[in-house]
Ligand binder design. Structure first.
Ligand code: MN
Length: 260
């Protein structure tokens, strides 16, 4: 079963992210979405929630605050934002599309499982809405090339309006760290895998206690052919379809035999 076609003239679009309401990538995505769709809403975290994954805030109340026309903040995670947007802000009519991002930095390989950007799209998908996570890579020490994000996120989202979107599938889009003109094109990829290690710093705090600090970004990693990592390394936009069904079906027979 697939979603009905997306009509840009009538579609209602919800935007969220994990970098927070003030993030430059959110503003880029709002601009892109407003060029493509008539009705765009933003419900984004009040503060940065990168690596929040799919966490839900359950032990304290959440506050929804206005932040402009059709714009709100929530003092919670990206998942909280999408839930409150769909159950409260847009309860008269659910959105036809959820866009999450544009994240500052890639969400490639297993990093997608930590990502708050991807989680907002996961939540949209669980609530039955077609959803896209968008991330812009950047070179070490530099600002993200937002003009590249602007040009290529528009291209991807515009062309997706013809996609026969299966239920339960979200799209993880990564834009390479090159100028808009240098992008080689769009590749459909599978989720890759980074090399292991090298992401933690050890130190001693001012009171003499040793600590560990997990680094945010991994080394650039070329990845295997056909993966998200390989595509962006080569300078192409990567689109990976994800599903939320986690079952490894091939193992079921052997396990069933073992536990008979
Ligand atoms: Mn982020």
């Amino acid at each position: 079963m697939a979603h009905p076609a997306l009509d840009p003239a009538t579609a209602r679009v919800l935007i969220s992210n994990d970098d927070g309401i003030h993030a430059p990538g959110l503003k880029v995505l709002e601009k892109v979405a407003r060029r493509l769709f008539r009705e765009v809403w933003v419900v984004a975290p009040e503060s940065e929630q990168s690596a929040a994954s799919h966490s839900l805030t359950m032990r304290r109340p959440l506050y929804l605050r206005p932040a402009g026309r059709r714009r709100f903040t929530v003092d919670g995670t990206p998942t909280d934002c999408v839930l409150i947007a769909i159950h409260q802000v847009l309860k008269d009519r659910p959105p036809d599309l959820v866009l999450s991002g544009i994240n500052r930095g890639g969400n490639l390989g297993e990093d997608a499982t930590y990502s708050g950007t991807v989680a907002a799209a996961m939540e949209g998908t669980l609530l039955g809405i077609r959803s896209v996570a968008l991330s812009q890579l950047y070179a070490d020490g530099g600002e993200a090339p937002w003009a590249t994000a602007d040009r290529w996120c528009e291209e991807v989202i515009r062309r997706l309006s013809d996609f026969e979107w299966p239920k339960g599938v979200l799209l993880n889009v990564n834009i390479p760290a090159v100028s808009a003109a240098e992008v080689l094109g769009i590749e459909i990829t599978r989720q890759g895998r980074h090399k292991i290690g090298g992401t933690m710093i050890e130190g001693v705090d001012p009171r003499g206690k040793p600590y560990f600090w997990i680094a945010g970004e991994r080394q650039q990693d070329k990845g295997l052919a056909g993966t998200d990592l390989a595509a962006v390394h080569a300078g192409a936009v990567s689109i990976t379809p994800f599903c939320l069904e986690l079952t490894h079906k091939a193992s079921m027979g052997a396990l069933a035999a073992l536990f008979r």
